[in-house]
Structure formats: structure tokens, C-alpha cells
Design a protein. Structure first.
Length: 256
């Protein structure tokens, strides 16, 4: 009925997929869905897409259909409020960034990386992003730099590479700082300044100490979850990982 009335139509490349006839129809229907329900629908769509199109955690070659799927997965998972949804959004943004680097589309790679930083929830994710940005910077230098940090006139005029490289370096520094913050939080886990009676809510502690303990407990819980999340990271951005491994063998994958 919906197809016959032109409200939706079948995708030319995949008959299992349907699209809205126009944006107005989409917006009217979408806005009628309560936010709590729409986030569940987005998650169901994301899981279905992932099960159908993402066959392997370790991608050897990126193809058009896979990249199209990654973009949809970012869109749908980004509506989720759970840590799993955040990690999934991060994963596919990093894979899109990785593919952009492999195609020397550094401006697009920066945009994906800059967006991905907001979805990182563990040290491992930050380190993955750190590594991908490092590879992007090294690749840009190899392609565009003549001597030191001097960009060729061609790159300045046509690719806007100077600005992109500067942005990537700033992002690299920002991620580096966040990694240091995580490491400091880890060290705090080994320094318990509260006595056992304070931890048990002993009445001898005033409201101030109790409030301090509650904040410390919340921070500890968050850090522990971040550490546990690292165990779930079982994927690698294939292009950047290959470049880093090659550079590690040659001891040359560093930036100033």
C-alpha cells in the first residue's frame, strides 16, 4: 500500500531496502515517534545492517557497499545512549577515517577523526584514534612536505593541506592529553585516601566527607568501566594498522 501510493519505494540496488518518497514524508512520520522509541528503532536498524553487511571484524579491503554501510551505522548508532552504541559509533567513524587516509582524502579523514573523539569511552579507543591520526600526519608529510614543515605551493593552493595538517596535529595533541588523563585516573585507583570506615558510610564522617567519597566512588566506577571496555576492542583500522606495523619494523613511525 505504501509503495503503491508513492510514500516509500524500493531501493534499486537492494530490493530489501525501502526509502521514503520525499523528506517531508520522512520528517512527518519520524517526528510522530517518541524519542525513547526512535532510539530503539535506530538501534534495531543498526544491528540489522551490521548483521547483514559487516561480515568480518577485520576488513582487508574497503568497498563502496561497506563504506555506505559504515555511514549508515554511524548515523543509527549515534542516536543510542548506551556505551555500546557510543563504542559502535566510534568504531565506524574510525574505519571511515582510515579509508579516507588510504584514499589520501585527508580533509575528510580529519572530520571523521574529530567527530570520533567525542565517542571514545576507553583507553584502547583513544589509542586507536591516536594511532590513526599519527598515520595520517606521517602520510601527509610523505606526500606534501618538501623540507620539514614547509608545504609546497601546490598543496597550499589546491588541497588546503597546510590547514588540514595543522588541525590533525592539534587533534593528535588533544588525544594525547586525554590518554594522559586516563592514565592519571588509573593511578588514582591505586591510591585510596579514604579509610574503610569512611567507605562503609561510618556515621563519624560528616556530609562533606561522605560527599567526597561518593564522588570518588562514581569516578572509580567510571574508570573501571573504561578499563573493562578495553577488553571488548577486537578490531583494527586495516590501512593505519598495516602502515604502523610497517613503520614499527623500520622504527620510523613517529611525529615531532
Amino acid at each position: 500500500v505504501l509503495v503503491n501510493n508513492g510514500l516509500i519505494y524500493s531501493d534499486d540496488e537492494n530490493n530489501d531496502l525501502y526509502k521514503f518518497g520525499n523528506d517531508i514524508i520522512h520528517d512527518v512520520i519520524y517526528n510522530l515517534i517518541p524519542p525513547s522509541e526512535s532510539s530503539k528503532i535506530h538501534l534495531l536498524i543498526a544491528v540489522s545492517l551490521e548483521d547483514t553487511y559487516v561480515e568480518s571484524e577485520n576488513v582487508i579491503e574497503y568497498d563502496a557497499k561497506l563504506l555506505w554501510c559504515y555511514q549508515l551505522l554511524v548515523h543509527h548508532y549515534s542516536f543510542g545512549s548506551t556505551l555500546r552504541s557510543r563504542s559502535k559509533t566510534f568504531k565506524y567513524l574510525v574505519l571511515l577515517c582510515d579509508e579516507s587516509i588510504s584514499k589520501q582524502a585527508y580533509d575528510q579523514a580529519y572530520k571523521y577523526a574529530d567527530r570520533a573523539k567525542s565517542f571514545a569511552v576507553s583507553m584502547s579507543e583513544l589509542k586507536i584514534l591516536h594511532m590513526v591520526i599519527d598515520v595520517a600526519i606521517v602520510e601527509m608529510k610523505e606526500k606534501y612536505l618538501a623540507i620539514g614543515d614547509v608545504i609546497s605551493n601546490y598543496a597550499r593552493a589546491f588541497d588546503n593541506s597546510f590547514d588540514v595538517l595543522s588541525n590533525l596535529k592539534l587533534l593528535f595533541t588533544e588525544i594525547n592529553t586525554r590518554i594522559s588523563t586516563f592514565e592519571n585516573e588509573r593511578r588514582l585507583l591505586n591510591i585510596d585516601t579514604l579509610s574503610s570506615s569512611g567507605r562503609s558510610g561510618n556515621s563519624g564522617y560528616g556530609d562533606t566527607n561522605r560527599s567526597t567519597y561518593e564522588k570518588a566512588s562514581q569516578r572509580k566506577s567510571l574508570v573501571l568501566h573504561r578499563i573493562e571496555s578495553e577488553e571488548q576492542l577486537k578490531w583494527q583500522p586495516s590501512f593505519a594498522a598495516k602502515k604502523q606495523n610497517s613503520a614499527a619494523n623500520n622504527k620510523c613511525c613517529t611525529i615531532s
